[in-house]
Design a binder for this molecule. Structure first.
Ligand code: NAD
Length: 489
């Protein structure tokens, strides 16, 4: 079960599931006094291949202690030293790119092609922050010739880094890379549903000879392991990506610890607005990619498509054809991450049937799948705006299409949702790009594109989609404390 021998792990054994182990102080340990283990299933087959410890609160506290001890020296390393470690980690992931991609696909259900994209983005997370910290500037200002003032930043301490199951490696490294780049240390907890890539990543940290305790990885569920991490007073900050309900719970659990840094990246139910001046084929293709990438399990997926009335019928016809041709189950779309999530997505499709929505493609999947958790990409029309199908995040291969008349209608419909993570705006009209784009209640607005990312731009959501932004200098806000010095002459 030593993940440094990742190649051997590739000989997956369903008969004897291997045990995933915690990584504390650079060694792999059985999870302290874990008495409970969770089965880990391969979504494409529905078979168990590993077991995951539910790390107890006491064992979590030991990992935090390790991170606390490491913080004393790590926070004093130079940015050049830290940069070098991040570069080495990026290179090692690059070397094991295919192993990471295969395991991510086995563990999460995503296609191998999609997994490779995410491994590359994980590498970029480390390379980006390895250079970002070398170019940080900190200008001093003279006030009226009387006092010199400047901002002094220091690493905030030990962080709890908690990630979800949809893009496991990519999202966890989006936290670990800036955390250690800015001089903090970490206890990371990946989702209990998809822990494999974090397990492999831990072996990379050991191989990179990262000082012991700088990054520790504990495995387990939210109720026991995650909650112990967020509630610990020794944790100075939490960077969390996951569901809105969990984000609210973490806010509650940390309410009395007023100084704790909190960055919460939560759920989305993102609109795609298609105006009638678009190139229809290009719009269909972009809207479908935005809906079904990673089988709809991307927080940024456009799952509510609104199309201007004049081109509505034509759009729906072409969209159906495109989806049936380009997003065939098992080829272009992966399996649903878990049986539990399969049941959740299925329940929304049952509801669609009960509400007499039109299934332009797809249908209600079987209740108890015998081999893997597969759901056909599903396009729904005739769904009311007030329906739970339109209001709640389904997080699967399900998209609704509805018409709108005017620009004002489009903005109203787009914003008629508790979430505010991302929006997609398709139009050729330059003035409208700004007029509509600036009214959308979303942290990210993509005009005639989707998922374009530059790692220095602020990433995060409005409304129920979260608190705080991450990326470049925004991540620095999360992981550092700032004090302003005033020195009179
Ligand atoms: P989740 O909230 O159930 O779990 C996320 C993580 O939190 C897991 O590691 C889980 O073990 C942990 N957790 C659960 N309860 C906890 C608690 N009480 N205390 C501490 N930790 C706890 O989310 P999920 O189902 O794994 O992921 C899907 C959600 O993530 C979707 O809502 C999706 O939109 C969201 N997401 C958001 C972004 C973003 O950047 N905004 C990116 C990806 C996914």
């Amino acid at each position: 079960t030593d993940p440094t021998r990742a190649e051997e792990l590739l000989k997956i054994s369903y008969d004897t599931p291997f045990e995933i182990r915690n990584f504390v102080n650079n060694s792999f340990t059985t999870a302290g006094d874990a008495t409970e283990f969770l089965p880990v299933f391969q979504p494409s087959t529905g078979r168990q291949f590993a077991k995951l410890p539910v790390t107890s609160a006491d064992a979590v506290e030991k990992a935090i202690d390790a991170a606390n001890v490491a913080f004393k020296s790590w926070s004093k390393t130079t940015r050049h030293q830290r940069s070098q470690y991040l570069r080495t980690i990026a290179e090692l992931i690059q070397k094991k790119r295919e192993i990471f991609a295969i395991w991510e696909s086995i563990d999460q259900g995503k296609t191998l092609e999609r997994a490779r994209v995410e491994v590359d983005r994980a590498i970029s997370n480390f390379s980006y922050f390895s250079t970002y910290i070398l170019h940080e500037e900190n200008a001093a200002r003279m006030i009226d010739g009387v006092a010199l003032t400047y901002e002094h930043r220091s690493p905030a301490g030990v962080f709890g880094l908690i990630s979800p199951w949809n893009m496991p490696l990519y999202l966890l490294t989006w936290k670990i890379a800036p955390c250690i780049a800015f001089g903090c240390t970490a206890v990371a907890k990946p989702s209990e549903v998809t822990s494999m890539s974090a397990y492999l990543l831990a072996s990379v940290f050991a191989e990179a000879k990262l000082p012991p305790g700088v990054v520790n990885v504990v495995f387990g569920n939210g109720a026991v392991t995650g909650s112990a991490l967020t509630r610990s007073p020794a944790i100075k900050g939490i960077s969390f990506t996951g569901g809105t309900a969990t984000g609210i719970q973490i806010r509650r659990d940390t309410a009395s610890d007023i100084g704790k840094h909190l960055s919460l990246e939560l759920g989305g139910k993102n609109p795609t607005l298609v105006f009638d001046d678009v190139d229809l084929e290009a719009a269909v293709s972009l809207a479908a990619t935005a809906a079904f990438t990673n089988q709809g399990e991307v927080c940024l997926c456009g799952s509510r498509i609104y199309v201007q009335q004049r081109i509505y019928d034509d759009f729906v016809t072409r969209f159906k054809t495109h989806v049936s041709k380009s997003f065939r189950t098992k080829h272009e779309v992966g399996a649903i991450v878990s049986l539990q999530h399969y049941d959740k997505v299925r329940s929304y499709l049952e509801l669609a049937k009960a509400e007499q929505a039109v299934f332009e493609t797809g249908g209600v999947p079987v209740a108890k799948p015998s081999e893997g958790y597969w759901i056909e990409p599903t396009v729904l029309t005739g769904v009311a705006t007030s329906s739970r199908i339109m209001q709640e995040e389904i997080f699967g291969p399900v998209v609704t299409i509805a018409p709108f008349d005017t620009e004002d209608d489009a903005v109203r419909l787009a914003n008629d949702n508790p979430n505010g993570l991302a929006s997609i705006l398709l139009t050729k009209d330059g003035a409208r790009m700004r007029r509509v784009g600036e009214q959308l209640e979303a942290g990210l607005v993509w005009v005639n594109c989707w998922l374009v990312r530059e790692l220095g731009t602020p990433f995060g959501g409005m409304k129920a989609s979260g608190t705080g932004r991450e990326g470049g200098a925004y991540s620095r806000e999360v992981f550092t404390n700032v004090r302003t010095l005033h020195i009179p002459s």
